[in-house]
Design a protein around this ligand. Sequence first.
Ligand code: SAM
Length: 235
Amino acid sequence: MENQLELNPNSLTELSESSAPSDDDEPALSSHTLAALKEFLAEQQRGSDAGGESEVSLVSEDWRLSQFWYSPETATTVAEEVLALCGGGIRARVACIACPTLYAYLKKMDPNVPAQLLEYDKRFGQYGSEYTFYDYNHPEDIPSELKHSCKVVVADPPYLSKECLEKVAETIHLLVQPGESFLLLLTGEVQKERAAEILGLHPCGFRPQHSSKLGNEFRLFSNYDPGTRLGGWEK
Ligand SMILES: C[S@@+](CC[C@H](N)C(=O)[O-])C[C@H]1O[C@@H](n2cnc3c(N)ncnc32)[C@H](O)[C@@H]1O
């Protein structure tokens, strides 16, 4: 019991205030304190059972919008990479284009990272001012305060067409800050040549996985050499 009480300083305070000596002079808990303590410990248990990746809850996939969420492992790996690119000191803005799972994991892993989700599905309006409605058909419509303000841009376009990639590339060019910037594109292997041609991106060894099984082979493309991270760079 001593160890459990140490979990909650409030319980300790309450214990010293309300406990009364029992017949054999051992401290006893009032029924009210005991109930509060039990509830607290149950809450702690629920938290540790939920642990890690499963804490991130997402809206259900809407296949009409080409929504396929990353597996927890993939979302965690990409979020770790993005946080490494942001560096520890000056906080660089991250744009997540059409990849809400990545946004959710980023914020879980570092709630202070300045991230902006650009997404067509308005259910993600739940993220408040860090959500921007975005239709890839209209790249020029992104808010002016976002333009040329992002050091890291990650995109996962909804379609595997040349036209969609070109429009998303326009958006990326509008978002990146002057100077050094890092681009990550998650899309089908079939876009490999176009990713190089349109955006100068090359595939990494890491293979993104999704919660639902997809027919297409997915790749992660970058404009920089990640070294030993992300399974290396295939340039
Ligand atoms: C292939 S999914 C990428 C999701 C990513 N795998 C994740 O787990 O976050 C494509 C995304 O594009 C969004 N989308 C659909 N139509 C769009 C449009 N017209 N403009 C921009 N985004 C769109 C979908 O809502 C979806 O989130």
